[in-house]
Structure formats: C-alpha cells, structure tokens
Ligand binder design. Structure first.
Ligand SMILES: [Zn+2]
Length: 333
C-alpha cells in the first residue's frame, strides 16, 4: 500500500502473468464440484452483488473481511466508526443474502496509522467493536512504509488482541517485504503473542519458510499481476505441505479476483495436489486459525437463503425484484 504506486491496494512491483484469471469458469467448475471454500481475506465492501453470487456458485461458504484502507484517507473518527459498523452489520447481512457466512477483523490499518491525531481517536473506539459478534480477530494491522507511527499503533493493537484473546491478521509490506515480515514477527513475539494466534498475510517464496519455522500461520494472497500467482502457490504447497498455510483473494477496489481461492483449488487439483491438502489450504486452516476467536461455528455455514429479509428496513432487492427464497434447495422465483 504505497502512495507512489499507480494502484496501491495490495500491489507490489513485480509483474507476472495472470494464470488463474485466464481459467474460464467452465474449465475449472467441474474439478471443484462439491468442494467448499473459506476466503479469509476479502474486502466485500468494495465488491458487487454479482461477486457474491459468483463466490457462492463457486463453493465459497464463508469469508473474512479485514478492516482496511478504503482508497482515500478518512478525515474523522466517525468514518471509521461507520465503516466498522458496516463490517459487523450491513455487509454481514448482505453476505447472508447469498448464503455466505461473513466474519471480519477490526483494526487500524498501517497506512492510516500515520495520521497520528486520528489514530489516537481510532484506538479509543476499537474496543467497542472487537468484542462484537462475528469479529474473529484484530486486523489487518502491521507495516506499510515501516514508519515509527506504524510501529507504535501496531504494538498497541497487538496488546489489544492479546487482552481480548483474539487472533491477529498481519498485513506485511510490499516494499522490503522480507525484512518487514521478520520485523512484524519479532515484534509480535516481543509482545508475548502466541504465534498460533497470529496470521502473517501476503507471503511469498522468500518469507514462507521463516514464518512457518517460527510457528505462525502463513497466508498467501492470489492476486492478478502481483503477489502470488496461483501457479506459484501450487509449488509452495508442493514444497512445504499444507500445514498452517492458507490461500486468500484479498479482493478489494483494485484489480483483483474474488474467485481466486476456488480457482487456485482447481489449479491445485489439476496439478495433482491431494484433495485433503487442497481442503486444508482453502478451507480448514483458515477456520482453525480464526476459529480461535471462539466466533466461528462451522454448522452455521450454508444456511438457507431468504432474500426477503431486511436489515434495518433495507433489502438488497430493488423495486419490483422478486426475492430468492431457498427452502430445501428449491429455487423459487
Ligand atoms: Zn486487505
């Protein structure tokens, strides 16, 4: 997340070919038929209802939406409050209307930690949100430019997570990634966090070994053009095995792919990775890691869809549209 880059959402400098984006739905649909997926990092606030529908159709049954930077800086604490409220409220409702269980992590992102006057106010409201239903961690927090202010609020939020006994979702910087990742882990350990409660995100081949060796969870973002392409991801799982590794899309307002998790699963399947390993890295490990919040109940996944429901009087339907109501998987329109 660098101000000087063209598109600073989750992008880093290195270019690579799109792989999973070239895969057509009909090419991989069959290979993952019946599989279910958990995307533990996706910013649905920035996505459309079409995305929700496509994700549900591809087998995504649950997701985690980390609090993040919205593309332009917020100017007051009220904007943060409304955003956090939407993550535990409206967005969770919207997701439920497509049969996807929505969780979130709440935190002050690294970029906006650099506005210290505002950061102080955000720190004051965080405890009002992290204990709410569906909040499965403090995140995404960590380093962007690796400034002193970022370090200060990273440390404060680690303490907050420790006190609340919540997992931590750590965004690692795009520049100086290796060093930034090591620094993030060292600080977490210094604060006495159990590495089993810490998910280090946006890994690559350079960082993964150290993250796993130190007992942390290693998350990988599959993003068109940048970070990990999913062919590289297949090789990482081949080399390190599926333990404590998880795949996410980190789809947001930039060029990204909310179907990155099922597409990666399909590619893994095509490349001979076992079904059990695929299940671990695209579903179970995320559930186990963030499940330590005590907020995730697998039996609640895949509930019935009733689009006639309302949230504070509001619905996802527009005038004249008929709700989709699933009863015993029957499609009633
Ligand atoms: Zn993110």
């Amino acid at each position: 997340m660098c101000q000087h880059e063209l598109n600073p959402s989750h992008f880093e400098e290195n270019k690579e070919e799109i792989t999973h984006s070239n895969l057509q739905w009909n090419q991989y649909r069959e290979s993952i038929q019946g599989m279910k997926f958990f995307d533990p990092h996706v910013h649905m606030t920035s996505r459309t209802t079409d995305d929700y529908q496509a994700m549900a159709d591809a087998g995504i049954v649950a997701l985690i939406e980390p609090a993040f930077w919205l593309g332009q800086p917020r100017t007051g604490v009220a904007s943060f409050k409304d955003y956090f409220s939407s993550l535990v409220g409206w967005e969770r409702f919207r997701s439920s209307q497509f049969g996807i269980k929505h969780y979130c992590t709440i935190g002050l992102n690294s970029r906006e930690a650099n506005n210290e006057a505002l950061a102080e106010q955000v720190m004051e409201v965080l405890p009002l949100f992290i204990y709410k239903e569906g909040v499965v961690g403090v995140g995404e927090i960590g380093f962007d430019d690796q400034t002193p202010a970022e370090e200060k609020y990273y440390r404060l939020q680690l303490e907050l997570a420790k006190e609340a006994n919540l997992p931590v979702q750590i965004h690692t910087p795009h520049r100086d990634k290796k060093q930034g990742t090591e620094r993030s882990m060292a600080i977490a350990l210094e604060h006495g966090l159990d590495p089993g409660m810490v998910i280090i995100d946006h890994n690559n081949e350079e960082t993964v070994k150290s993250v796993l060796d130190q007992g942390f969870w290693a998350a990988f973002t599959i993003y068109p053009f940048t970070k990990m392409g999913n062919e590289r991801m297949v090789e990482v799982v081949r080399q390190y095995g599926p333990e404590r590794i998880m795949v996410n899309s980190a789809a947001d307002w930039g060029i990204s792919d909310p179907l990155a998790v099922p597409k990666t699963a399909a590619l893994m399947k095509m490349k001979g990775i076992s079904d059990e390993a695929i299940r671990l890295v695209t579903y179970q490990n995320a559930l186990d890691a963030f499940g330590k919040s005590g907020q995730i109940f697998e039996e609640e996944f895949g509930g019935e869809i009733d689009q006639s429901q309302k949230f504070n009087g509001n619905t996802i339907l527009r005038g004249g549209q008929q709700p989709r109501i699933d009863k015993d998987s029957l499609f009633i329109s």
